[in-house]
Write a protein that binds this ligand. Structure first.
Ligand SMILES: NC(=O)c1ccc[n+]([C@@H]2O[C@H](COP(=O)([O-])OP(=O)(O)OC[C@H]3O[C@@H](n4cnc5c(N)ncnc54)[C@H](O)[C@@H]3O)[C@@H](O)[C@H]2O)c1
Length: 248
């Protein structure tokens, strides 16, 4: 059986780590791509302890040269990349009128330009091999808005639109490109946001029909579906995983 290779950005923490762990448990080899090498190495250890295969590579998604060099490092490990999960992301929650250009730039560079860079570097490899699955992590902020996250919502809206157009362009090459839009999820990023917005988690738990935040496992399951053969005829879609908070 062919063992596919997945390049997962931001896999040194939170949702990305769980995506990497789940795909490894389904026999994919994992490239854990992150700027946080300590976190990336920890993810690799977790995968190896469970008899999976993984390697950590330094990858700053905001920088195309860094992405290209991470792709080369990955090819040195595993010779191919069949699956790309664009998960790296970052946000600072604050009212739009209090936010400043440096923050906007950082948010757009990580959340939107990062996905553009990895697609530019990795899609040609998929075209050459005639196989590819791309899963872009957006956010429900892209679909329904989210107070305090104006520029982040715009960047994630860009991710949804990028997904649709690339899905059209890549269909002739048998490459599927889909989007997972998490609702509020219990991760280090959310805890950072929650730490200066006391009461946020409790308020969300009341509003979410399932009465709990998403766990990274909930998001990883949706990614695994898009990567699976069962989703072979699905492309250009955005799936919200939000415990019913958003129904679109
Ligand atoms: N947690 C939530 O509530 C939530 C909700 C909706 C969407 N999301 C999205 O899910 C994804 C994962 O978020 P998380 O909550 O697990 O966050 P997290 O902070 O736990 O993990 C994000 C990872 O991305 C990495 N990263 C940051 N900048 C990077 C860069 N320039 N290059 C490479 N890696 C970089 C970090 O080092 C970290 O390991 C993000 O795209 C986020 O926007 C999260």
């Amino acid at each position: 059986m062919v063992q596919h290779v997945a390049f997962v950005t931001g896999a040194g923490s939170g949702i990305g780590r769980e995506i990497a762990r789940l795909l490894a448990s389904r026999s994919l080899k994992i490239i854990v791509a992150d700027i946080n090498m300590a976190g990336a190495e920890e993810t690799v250890s977790i995968i190896k302890e469970n008899n999976g295969e993984a390697a950590a590579v330094y990858c700053d998604v905001t920088n195309l040269e860094s992405v290209k060099s991470a792709v080369q490092d990955s090819l040195n490990y595993y010779q191919q990349i069949d699956v790309l999960v664009n998960n790296a992301g970052w946000d600072k929650v604050e009212p739009f009128l209090k936010s400043e250009p440096d923050t906007w730039k950082r948010i757009i560079d990580i959340n939107l330009m990062g996905q553009i860079h990895t697609c530019k570097a990795i899609l040609p490899l998929m075209i050459e091999s005639g196989y590819g699955k791309v899963v872009n992590i957006a956010s429900d902020a892209a679909r329904v808005g989210s107070s305090g996250e104006a520029v982040y919502s715009a960047a994630k809206g860009g991710v949804v639109a990028l997904t649709k157009t690339l899905a059209r362009e890549m269909a002739r090459h048998k490459i599927n490109i889909n989007c997972v839009a998490p609702g509020p999820s219990n991760t280090p990023l959310f805890q950072e946001i929650g730490s200066y917005n006391e009461g946020l988690a409790g308020a969300l738990e009341k509003a979410i029909p399932f009465r709990r935040l998403a766990q990274p496992e909930d998001i990883a399951g949706a990614v695994a579906y898009f990567v699976s053969d069962e989703a072979g005829y699905v492309t250009g879609q955005t799936l919200s995983v939000s415990g019913g908070l958003t129904m679109l």
